[in-house]
Design a protein around this ligand. Structure first.
Ligand SMILES: [Zn+2]
Length: 298
């Protein structure tokens, strides 16, 4: 039976305002109850404080790794422009007004800072902080605010990361976050796009499908669930991994229970559809996916 890979991910672990230890524990409980193995993208240093300074986060993450989950690197300080420039859909978010203005006035200066050497230093600093704190190797990367540039991918390759997961298929999800009542058709998700998103070199790119649970409100839950199902179906028919992202606190800070509820409904749907298609559902970390891809060595 051919495998179908599902790689759930969460971002901003350790970042005040978007993560608390309790919220990380809740999310891990959800994954456990749904039999999911996932990847936690952790912020090495937030507001000058390294993640290793929090014994609570360290113990939660080490325990998660023991349970089979993976911890990967989410930038260094989670600032907007450290590793590149965020895509328009991110800059369009309501809270990104100051970033939009800063970018408009400093674009050349920002771009000039993105040399491969500087980016290698940023990557290496963040990686060391996480590895020292957790005692596990960092193999994967996701850019904060999805801020990337060509030199970032060169730097990741030079630093021997095995994958990057900063690309996105379903950018319309962010349009809906901005304006949930907007009339917008979903973007296609195809094998061809998946191949095009791969960078030169040996590093894998695991594109995110989308974020469906950003402070989710009851009245928008159905629309985001429909989009999640659409993206899953497209991945299923294209034979590519389905990699949704949620953010640690935002998935729990919408209307009561809505974010987790969306995941439970989505998972029930995914399980049923994968069986109907005669495939085997494999819930996997992005690191493991690098070892298993392509399925059956094809
Ligand atoms: Zn982030």
């Amino acid at each position: 039976m051919d495998p179908f890979y599902l790689a759930v991910t969460t971002d901003d672990v350790g970042m005040d305002g978007y993560s608390t230890p309790e919220h990380v524990r809740n999310l891990l409980d959800l994954w456990a109850s749904e039999n999911l193995t996932g990847t936690l993208f952790a912020v090495p240093r937030w507001d000058g404080r390294e993640i290793g300074a929090s014994a609570e986060y360290v113990s939660i993450l080490q325990h998660a790794v023991e349970q089979g989950h993976d911890v990967a690197q989410h930038g260094l300080d989670h600032t907007r422009f450290q590793t590149g420039i965020p895509p328009k859909m991110v800059l369009d978010l309501p809270h990104e007004g100051p970033a939009r203005e800063y970018l408009a006035n400093h674009r050349d200066e920002i771009a000039a800072a993105h040399t491969v050497d500087k980016l290698r230093h940023i990557l290496g600093t963040g990686r060391q902080i996480l590895e020292d704190a957790l005692g596990v190797p960092m193999r994967g990367f996701r850019a904060p605010c999805l801020s990337t540039c060509d030199q970032l991918f060169e730097a990741l390759e030079a630093e021997a990361y095995v994958y990057d997961s900063s690309a996105v298929f379903q950018t319309t999800a962010w349009d809906l976050i901005n304006d949930p009542d907007r009339d917008v058709a979903p973007m296609p998700v195809t094998r061809e796009l998946f191949e095009q998103m791969q960078t030169a070199g040996s590093m894998w790119t695991w594109p995110i499908s989308a974020e469906y649970t950003w402070y989710l409100k009851c009245e928008h839950a159905e629309r985001f669930l429909a989009l999640a199902k659409h993206d899953f179906e497209a991945c299923l028919s294209a034979g590519i991994p389905f990699v949704p992202v949620c953010h640690v606190s935002p998935v729990q800070e919408g209307d009561a229970g809505q974010g987790f509820d969306l995941y439970r409904k989505l998972m029930a749907y995914v399980r049923q559809r994968v069986v109907e298609e005669g495939k085997r559902l494999v819930s996997i970390t992005l690191s493991q996916l690098c070892a298993e891809w392509p399925p059956n060595g094809k």
